[in-house]
Design a protein around this ligand. Structure first.
Ligand SMILES: [Ca+2]
Ligand SMILES: [Ca+2]
Ligand SMILES: [Ca+2]
Ligand SMILES: [Zn+2]
Length: 343
């Protein structure tokens, strides 16, 4: 290509840029569509532990439990499809973005909107920590989500299809942001380490991280939007769990138990509470941002069948790399307090 031609192209490109800049105000992106969602979940935001599902009745939850939010990063399909999530339903008509301020919990479309909003919120949280920027991306792609009719009270992430499914047992699972983000946590870990969780201890770390991320994303959203939180920060799934817990406060699990390595029972959800308490202690010592950058970045180095010991060592090493020796000592102390051997 001759010099003259390339200059001509450059001049044309400059003109195009100048024109686009002039035209930009008229082409400003429309405001993000609005939607109604729960402020994490209705028990957490109200503190009312007596709320019950009442067979999905709209009247079972007061209007004050809802907030109007922006649905960000949508494509122009008119459905719940966007940069970080796309939602399908097996239990009712697909939600319309244009109707998203009119749904309530008795509408099948409400769970779809919740799933879109909270998966997007979770990835935005990770982006804000630097993942996909100064740190590698962590599941930074459109996550497939399905709302289906699993009769059992269960949601799960299936790594074969890289799809999250939210069930409708008891309180619909996708009425609780902490259940939504918990499953997204599994998707994040699987994206970081394909097939993660093949040993009991790795599986426990998976449950722990997913509980922890659920709390973190909810807490960040509370601060971002000015929403109330009237239950303990450490309580996971305050609303979904009203269907299957007898005592108040209703929590599926907690991330502040005193369990240590000696309390292992060989079940991943129960043993996850050992690990999640360590994560919670790291957060309390270093603050959410530094803690979460360390915790998530360390996970890239975990083996699919990692042990508590190896994962703890990797997390200490990541703390040292990112924030230095004092941070590494703080992280090690959190795992030592859980009596994890060899740290
Ligand atoms: Ca519902
Ligand atoms: Ca449920
Ligand atoms: Ca909670
Ligand atoms: Zn799980």
């Amino acid at each position: 290509m001759s010099r003259r031609t390339s200059r001509g192209l450059l001049a044309a490109a400059t003109l195009t840029v100048a024109f686009a800049t002039l035209a930009a105000p008229a082409l400003a992106a429309p405001a993000a569509p609005q939607a109604r969602v729960f402020m994490v979940n209705p028990v957490q935001s109200s503190g009312d532990e007596s709320l019950t599902d009442a067979k999905d009745a709209a009247s079972a939850v007061p209007d004050s439990a809802y907030a109007t939010v922006a649905l960000r990063n949508l494509d122009d399909s008119g459905g719940l499809s966007g940069r970080w999530a796309y939602v399908r339903s097996s239990t009712g008509a697909a939600a319309k973005v244009s109707d998203a301020t009119s749904y309530n919990r008795s509408d099948d479309q409400f769970e779809q909107v919740m799933a879109y909003f909270w998966v997007n919120e979770a990835q935005e949280y990770l982006q804000g920590l630097g993942f996909g920027h100064d740190l590698p991306g962590a599941n930074n792609r459109a996550q497939a989500v399905r709302i289906d009719q699993w009769g059992a009270d269960n949601s799960f992430f299936t790594d074969k299809k890289a799809e999250i499914r939210y069930g409708k047992g008891g309180v619909d699972d996708a009425e609780d942001a902490e259940v939504i983000v918990h499953e997204y946590g599994h998707a994040v870990q699987n994206a970081q380490v394909p097939g993660f969780g093949t040993s009991e201890e790795a599986g426990s770390i998976g449950e722990a991280f997913s509980d922890y991320l659920a709390v973190e994303v909810g807490d960040h959203a509370d601060a971002r939007y000015g929403w109330p939180r009237r239950t303990d920060l450490a309580c996971v799934a305050d609303w979904d769990s009203v269907s299957y817990t007898e005592t108040s406060p209703h929590c599926l699990r907690r991330i502040d138990t005193d369990k240590t390595y000696q309390d292992k029972v060989g079940e991943v959800h129960a043993d996850g509470e050992i690990w999640s308490r360590a994560l919670y202690d790291i957060r309390r010592a270093l603050g959410a941002r530094a803690a979460d950058r360390i915790i998530v970045d360390a996970q890239f180095g975990f083996a699919p069948d990692t042990s508590f010991t190896d994962a703890a060592k990797a997390t200490v090493a990541t703390a040292r790399e990112l924030y230095g020796a004092d941070a590494a000592d703080t992280v090690r102390a959190a795992f030592v307090a859980r009596e994890i051997p060899g740290v």
